[in-house]
Design a protein around this ligand. Structure first.
Ligand code: PRT
Ligand code: ZN
Length: 283
């Protein structure tokens, strides 16, 4: 049985459980127990605050965890980052009141900076040779300058809206984060097998995301051109139609290119184009 620690509530909780569901692991978090077992996979879920996840993984209480890379870097516990999960993207930045005449990192010399990420900040200040005072606060860091607790802040930014609404300006982007799967690095052979199966499924989920299945009727004479437009995984499937000189072509296309490809296909005579969602692709 493999134990995976995930955030019990907060920004990463929903997407962590959605990702597990996407790879076919049934998680029932309706009762929000501290510890819950997946119905159809040898996985046990440990629900906790994100701050504690790096520690429980490093000490082996859980073999795996899903947490922001920011927490991994800040806490400093020894864990392995197994996989980037592609959600929870954010950065940790230095921001100053928008009225400040900011002239580069040296501005921070002698200033007070409020943050919940003192370790990441300290490291950056040292690298830059800046002497500043770090004020550790755990919530509502963005109000620190207005409350005269600090001259600047070092906090998580995603859209930037929170900074703007607090009269702050992002001046240095220092650390980039997203949700990651971490491991204690001390898995038994059996646990490793379960992890390998999860990674295989993650890969399939990643490949299937933003892909569409496309099929159309095509004049036989346009097959070569259409194959250039739709390269597919190996090569598109072409099947004859009852109508002479026509065939049906099936392929997979990136959602981002979909409309451009459809235009190109129509231009070479494609008709009756169907676009379908893909549930899974097993490469
Ligand atoms: O209770 P628990 O300790 O588990 O949760 P928490 O309150 O510590 O964390 P939570 O749920 O807020 O965030 C969990 C993780 O989500 C973080 O550690 C990051 O890895 C990631 N993440 C992604 C974010 C954001 N985006 C984010 N925007 N975490 C926080 N924010 C906050 C930020 O602190 C600031 O207040 O959102 C505000 C900024 O957002 P914008 O969009 O206005 O720039
Ligand atoms: Zn937290």
């Amino acid at each position: 049985m493999l134990r995976l620690a995930i955030q019990s509530k907060g920004r990463l909780n929903e997407e962590s459980t959605a990702l597990l569901r996407e790879i076919g692991i049934d998680v029932d978090d309706s009762r929000r127990k501290f510890l819950a077992q997946a119905a159809n996979f040898p996985l046990e879920l440990l629900y906790m605050r994100d701050d504690d996840i790096p520690q429980v993984v490093s000490n082996g209480t859980a073999s795996l965890g899903i947490v922001g890379l920011n927490e991994v870097a800040e806490r400093g516990f020894e864990v392995q980052v197994v996989e980037k999960l592609g959600f929870g993207a954010c950065r940790i930045s230095l921001a100053v009141p928008k009225t400040v005449d900011y002239d580069g990192p040296q501005w921070f010399n002698g200033k007070r900076i409020a943050t919940s990420y003192p370790n990441i900040l300290r490291k950056w200040l040292q690298e830059q040779g800046i002497e500043a005072e770090i004020e550790v606060i755990t919530g509502s860091v963005e109000i620190a300058p207005a409350a005269d607790i600090a001259d600047a802040i070092f906090d998580i930014v995603s859209s930037g809206g929170t900074l703007v609404s607090n009269g702050l300006r992002e001046v240095e982007k220092i650390f980039w984060s997203e949700a990651v799967l971490i491991s204690s690095g001390k898995l038994s052979d059996e646990e490793q097998k379960v992890l390998d199966e999860m990674l295989f499924r993650f890969e399939s989920a990643k490949v299937s995301r933003h892909k569409k299945y496309i099929l159309m009727n095509l004049p036989q004479a346009s097959v070569e051109e259409a194959t250039r437009i739709l390269p597919a995984m190996r090569s598109p499937t072409v099947m004859p139609l009852a109508a002479e000189g026509w065939c049906s072509m099936h392929s997979v296309v990136d959602e981002a290119d979909l409309w451009e490809k459809i235009q190109q296909l129509k231009a070479i005579g494609a008709e009756g184009i169907l676009v379908l969602n893909i549930d899974k692709i097993i490469p």
